[in-house]
Design a protein around this ligand. Structure first.
Ligand code: DX5
Ligand code: ZN
Length: 217
């Protein structure tokens, strides 16, 4: 599978969000939506109105990353708004198999995210049911944090499990991703890259997205 770049709009300028998205649209594969409730993570980001506005202005893949407790309460809402993928946190869900099935019934790709401290072996039973695993390479909550280098090893471990079992699961990585580590992350097995500051905090966000793709080619 080729690599995909999903800019996180958490790092965009919300007073200029439509333009920020249009500006990078040609060089990206989808938009990453960081939804935070102030409970699961120490930050509150955005909800329904922003997601609806983003869906109106782009046909790109919308990749919703739910950093919220009890995400089951909102799965139908997100699907109705037209997001394409829904990722929940392993640490935030009790009946993960039920949640994953629900996401798929709603017609979305289903993902599980792991915080930096959560080991990949915990996914053993659920892995065949999911489309993606989102490996957090920072502690979730904020854009612009420093990449945790030990995560490369974690991605390699997960890649081996997926390959050994011949599963069709994509590895996505999120947090502190940019020009200096994207190649290594690709070599470790990641194929989907969430990038916030590495795109929207750059002088030319569109070029920054393009360069990230070129590094891996
Ligand atoms: C962190 C979010 C990330 C974040 C990425 O809690 O899940 O998606 O916005 O931003 P950067 O690339 O700046 O670390
Ligand atoms: Zn995210």
């Amino acid at each position: 599978m080729e690599m995909k770049i999903y800019p996180s709009i958490l790092a965009a300028d919300f007073s200029n969000l439509g333009n920020d998205i249009k500006n990078v649209e040609n060089n990206i594969d989808g938009i990453h939506l960081d939804i935070m409730d102030g409970l699961f993570v120490p930050n509150i980001s955005f909800g329904t109105p922003i997601i609806e506005s983003v869906r109106k202005i782009t046909n790109k893949y919308l990749d919703a990353h739910l950093m919220i407790v009890d995400p089951d309460r909102y799965l139908e809402d997100y699907a109705r708004m037209g997001v394409n993928g829904i990722t929940v946190h392993y640490e935030a869900v009790t009946h993960l198999h039920r949640t994953i099935n629900k996401i798929k019934e709603l017609g979305c790709d289903a993902g599980i995210s792991l915080n930096p401290h959560t080991p990949v072996f915990l996914l053993e039973e659920i892995l065949p049911f999911v489309d993606r695993v989102l490996i957090m390479s920072v502690n979730p909550g904020f854009t612009g944090q420093k990449f945790i280098p030990e995560i490369l090893n974690k991605i390699m471990k997960l890649k081996k499990i997926i390959d050994d079992r011949n599963l069709n699961v994509v590895i996505e990585v999120d947090g502190g991703v940019g020009l200096k580590n994207i190649k290594e992350l690709y070599m470790s097995g990641a194929r989907e890259f969430v990038v916030g500051a590495g795109i929207f905090h750059q002088e030319n966000p569109s070029n920054a997205a393009k360069k990230l793709k070129e590094v891996v080619k």
